[in-house]
Design a protein. Structure first.
Lengths: 354, 250
């Protein structure tokens, strides 16, 4: 077992990526994720890897597209406005079935917004990563340890399903320091016969491409891709349940909001309120079944978010609106306090959210 | 005895280009150079968005289709993935390279990225039906400059080779044309040099090929080539704009 080391969340992502075999990183400076680039700039030249500061977010994701085309592990990272710029490339990667890892350390928006933590890119990550019909695997870490573990997992899932994985963190997760245990991961080998590495005059040329001008062929590609997405929905859902056994109120929260919620849950339990938490770790695929089951047990749900309420829509869909779902939120870079969440719980216990 | 045949690097498929279009000539020159240098097995080409978007079907080497203007960034990734074993070229038009992809062009040039760029300048957006390009000439009538390109309204054409030659980074910049046999031969020499530079690790080599678009210029193929001679070449003078290795040798 590896020794525990104290690391910033952003650095844990960078080191975990290297351990996962990523040797190519392209990025553009933006707060609050620049530590990832700085870490890569230091480490990559020492291990025969490539760190390159691109001229823009758009160029960075297209450099990722280039390396991904050769079948090698590659990543980029950014924060909200920068990830929006990458959406063109993310759509092309989806259309060309290319694996890659994208990190979004979210900040408040819209527009230039601010530089403080936010979860307001939930929609962008889970519903609208770019134009066209496609999905990304969206992983939401809630500790520095998970920043590392989900980075390794993200690379594996990306290759397994030939698509992009996104780490959806926030400024708090990126900046906070915690002890992390970094273990050498087992790296699975997947078929890369599709990659462009030169024909060596031994095979027909490979083409990495998202253009398909014949509608019924393009439709077929979309249906095939969504068959693959269906497998992911069946096999790759991850979530944590906390004190849900006897819960009458269920909090839905991910990332930093889940940590704050746990404190509030413990405080509420001291007052005799039976409350628990479902914390989605994969935001897509969303843990629909866990929420659907909870809807048969609990009286109500509270979605705790650092946004104006985005995940709440998926909670409502998952629960079929069987039970009331209310929002407990801060936005624009503000973080809900445990007291605010406790107040929402107490209110729900009184039946105030019906 | 075979006296003339299709280059091996060119796929045996019919191309979608309009009659009289010079893309066919330029594709052939690139393929001949790939054959002569014996590099097909390690070459990866990057197709743009524009008339040559389907170039990925026309070359027998591995191919990647890039987003509009992003070919140099994609090529950067392809090259850096395995610099020893990948020969990477982009094939881009004027809208792709000099308008939407200008940042990628300038920065890959200034990094002296070890890639080969084939830049086809025909002064128009062909695939979308003939709109004004960043290289459309002053006064040139297009779908989106129906009264002629008014430089007071939408500015002047961009002279890519001249502009990039001010950078310290790029290894080699040359402008050629394919409007007559003599120029086609010169164009091939430039393209060959641009690939040789990459093989020798010298860096960013761009060949701008002044080309024609009979369909969207509204001319016969012959008239279009004449228009290249009389209007394009005077505005875009042919020649070597940068050759760092030759400069050093002097």
């Amino acid at each position: 077992m590896a020794k525990k080391v104290l690391m910033k969340g952003n650095e844990a992502i960078a080191e975990a990526a290297i351990m996962a075999g990523c040797r190519h990183y392209f990025g553009y400076p933006i707060t609050p994720q620049t530590e990832i680039a700085a870490y890569m700039a230091k480490r990559m030249p020492k291990i025969g890897g490539t760190f390159l500061q691109a001229e823009s977010e758009v160029a960075a994701i297209n450099m990722v597209y280039g390396v991904a085309s050769t079948g090698k592990r590659v990543m980029t990272s950014s924060s909200s406005p920068g990830v929006a710029l990458k959406s063109e490339g993310l759509s092309y990667m989806a259309g060309s079935d290319l694996p890659g890892l994208i990190v979004n350390v979210q900040r408040g928006g819209p527009g230039l917004g601010g530089i403080q933590p936010s979860q307001s890119d939930y929609f962008m990550a889970t519903k609208a990563g770019g134009h066209g019909d496609f999905r990304m695997i969206v992983l939401a870490p809630s500790s520095v340890q998970e920043m590392a573990d989900l980075t390794i997992k993200g690379f594996d899932l990306a290759e397994k399903y030939r698509m992009t994985s996104m780490i959806l963190a926030d400024g708090t997760m990126g900046q906070m320091m915690e002890p992390v245990e970094l273990n050498e991961p087992e790296i699975k080998e997947y078929d890369k016969s599709w990659a462009v590495t030169g024909t060596k005059m031994q095979r027909k040329h490979n083409i990495i491409n998202s253009l398909s001008l014949i509608p019924d062929e393009l439709e077929k590609l979309n249906f095939e891709r969504f068959q693959r997405y269906k497998q992911i929905e069946e096999n790759e859902v991850m979530y944590e349940e906390f004190m849900m056994d006897d819960a009458e109120i269920c909090i839905a929260a991910f990332g930093i909001a889940a940590r704050i919620s746990k404190n509030a849950i413990i405080a509420a339990r001291e007052q005799g309120i039976k409350v628990g938490l479902i914390r989605p770790i994969t935001l897509w695929p969303f843990p629909t079944e866990a929420f659907a089951k909870a809807a048969d047990k609990v009286n109500s749900f509270i979605s705790v978010e650092l946004s104006m309420g985005q995940m709440i829509e998926d909670v409502r869909l998952a629960t079929g609106c069987k039970k009331p779902v209310t929002l407990c939120n801060r936005a624009g870079g503000m973080i809900p306090s445990p007291e605010q969440v406790l107040e929402a719980i107490v209110n729900a216990a009184k039946g105030g959210n019906k | 005895m075979v006296v003339f045949e299709k280059p091996k690097a060119l796929a045996d498929v019919s191309m979608h280009y309009c009659p009289g279009c010079t893309h066919g000539i330029i594709h052939r020159l690139v393929a001949e150079v790939i054959d002569e240098l014996g590099i097909e097995g390690k070459t990866i080409g990057v197709a743009p968005v524009g008339c040559s978007v389907m170039a990925y079907n026309y070359f027998n080497c591995d191919m990647v289709e890039a987003a509009h203007g992003r070919a140099p960034a994609v090529a950067t990734g392809l090259k850096r993935a395995d610099p020893e074993n990948h020969i990477v070229f982009t094939y881009q038009g004027d809208g792709d390279l000099a308008s939407i992809g200008m940042a990628e062009t300038v920065h890959s040039a200034t990094r002296n990225e070890n890639i080969t760029v084939i830049f086809v300048n025909n002064a128009i957006y062909g695939m979308t039906g003939g709109q004004m390009a960043p290289t459309s000439l002053p006064g040139q009538v297009t779908q989106t400059s129906p009264y002629g390109r008014d430089v007071n309204h939408c500015g002047f054409p961009i002279k890519v080779c001249e502009m990039l030659s001010e950078l310290d980074g790029p290894e080699y910049l040359e402008r050629v044309a394919v409007n007559n046999v003599k120029n086609v031969k010169k164009a091939k020499m430039a393209i060959k040099k641009a690939f040789e530079n990459q093989i020798n690790g010298k860096g960013f080599s761009l060949v701008e090929v002044v080309s024609s678009c009979p369909t969207n210029w509204g001319m016969t193929p012959q008239k279009a080539l004449q228009w290249v001679e009389e209007n394009m070449i005077p505005y875009y003078p042919l020649g070597v704009y940068k050759d760092r290795s030759a400069d050093k040798a002097e």
